[in-house]
Design a protein around this ligand. Structure first.
Ligand SMILES: *Cc1c(COP(=O)(O)O)cnc(C)c1O
Length: 380
């Protein structure tokens, strides 16, 4: 990216994991321009071939049998929670309405999703939280089992917690979730809004765990910057939503679907997500060596694919500002973590350049810290 005055930035924030094809990608721009010139919106009162094509491709490449399109991550999660409840009602369990979520989660900013998120800072000032969400510590199967009651309908969580600092679900925890859902008749719902659409080096993050969910939400990178969300569900969960049970005016419009199809043209190309994984390893290696080189600035690097967190020892806002000064855009996350979420088309060379920029920023910050602790010595 370039500023109006011509300064160059490497964008490793990608609008919070959204601009999966970077900025000004030829195929994406062309698809949007051509579709905009024909028809942007008709409402889903009519069949939309672009949406049917997109849904077909998502179904063909996932566990899902059906897809519902909407416009954002929070909206996808809202629909997903409705589907969890409706599926239980359809099974003859209308009393099962509660959803177990994890502490440190992020599910969006609507009234119900701030309750699902459970972060007191996001709930403050908005009245009584929406009922129906119970929280257990992330990666704690004993606590999760203990939280199940006759009212529990399902479990909703992120395979990798993004906003809280790139924290990955343990493989045993993910496998255990599927077992516990089968044992108690619960719906396993994954929030893949940030981890989905190739971000982690698989089309969806749950694939790496070998766990099959019942329903997932996606958004962020799905249409490369055009606002869109989607719910991917298995047959039972999708079928629970009969005609009139849910709806949308904008969801799945021809323009959004044309954008998402253009993104899929790239992501589903032979070897592309594998390339994301390989490039991600290069980035991870670079970040780990950065931590070894600058132990007073960075504490550790964690992540998968092109979703990395750099836990800082200095205040993360300071590190982010210095990196930006040196030409690198990043995003912050909880637990004093700097988040790196480059476009999925990023090259290994660009990842190395990002690490070099971070190293320069760290050197400057180290010198400033030294100045603070040894003012006399550094003046001499
Ligand atoms: C960003 C995000 C959301 C919310 O998406 P919006 O499009 O901002 O509503 C929900 N869940 C996760 C995991 C996210 O990263």
């Amino acid at each position: 990216m370039y500023t109006a005055d011509g300064r160059r930035f490497l964008d490793f924030g990608a609008g919070i994991a959204v601009s999966s094809l970077g900025h000004g990608h030829e195929g994406l721009v062309k698809a949007i321009a051509e579709q905009a010139a024909r028809v942007m919106h008709v409402s889903n009162l009519y069949r939309i071939p672009q949406a049917e094509k997109l849904a077909g491709r998502l179904v063909a490449h996932s566990f899902a049998d059906s897809v519902f399109f909407c416009n954002s991550g929070a909206e996808a999660n809202e629909g997903m929670v409705k589907m969890i409840r409706k599926t239980q009602a359809g099974r003859g369990h209308p009393e099962r309405t509660r959803v177990i979520c994890c502490t440190g989660a992020f599910h969006g900013r609507t009234l119900a999703m701030i309750a699902a998120t459970g972060n007191p800072a996001y709930l403050e000032g908005f009245g009584a939280p929406v009922e129906g969400f119970d929280h257990v510590p992330f990666n704690n199967m004993n606590a999760l089992r203990a939280a199940i009651t006759p009212q529990t309908a399902g479990i909703m969580l992120e395979p990798i917690q993004g906003e809280t600092g790139i924290k990955q679900a343990d493989p045993q925890f993910m496998t255990g979730l599927r077992q516990v859902c089968d044992e108690f008749g619960l719906i396993l719902a994954l929030d893949e809004v940030q981890t989905g659409m190739g971000r982690t080096g698989q089309l969806f993050a749950h694939e790496a765990y070998g766990v099959t969910p019942d329903v997932i939400s996606v958004a962020k990178g799905i249409a490369g910057g055009f606002p869109m969300g989607a719910i991917l569900a298995n047959e039972e969960v999708a079928a629970s939503m009969g005609a009139g049970s849910h709806g949308t005016t904008f969801g799945g419009n021809p323009l959004a679907c044309a954008a998402a199809n253009a993104v899929l043209d790239v992501i589903l190309a032979e070897g592309f997500v594998g390339q994301v994984a390989t490039t991600g390893e290069t980035l991870g290696e670079g970040l780990k060596s950065l931590v070894r080189k600058h132990p007073t600035v960075f504490e550790l690097a964690r992540g998968r694919g092109l979703m990395w967190g750099l836990k800082c020892r200095l205040p993360v806002a300071q590190v982010q500002a210095q990196a930006m000064e040196e030409g690198l855009l990043t995003v912050t996350a909880g637990e004093n973590v700097l988040r790196l979420l480059p476009p999925l088309i990023v090259s290994s060379e660009e990842c190395q350049e990002a690490c070099a920029i971070l190293s320069r920023a760290a050197t400057i910050l180290e010198a400033a810290e030294n100045n603070k602790t040894n003012p006399v010595e550094s003046q001499a």
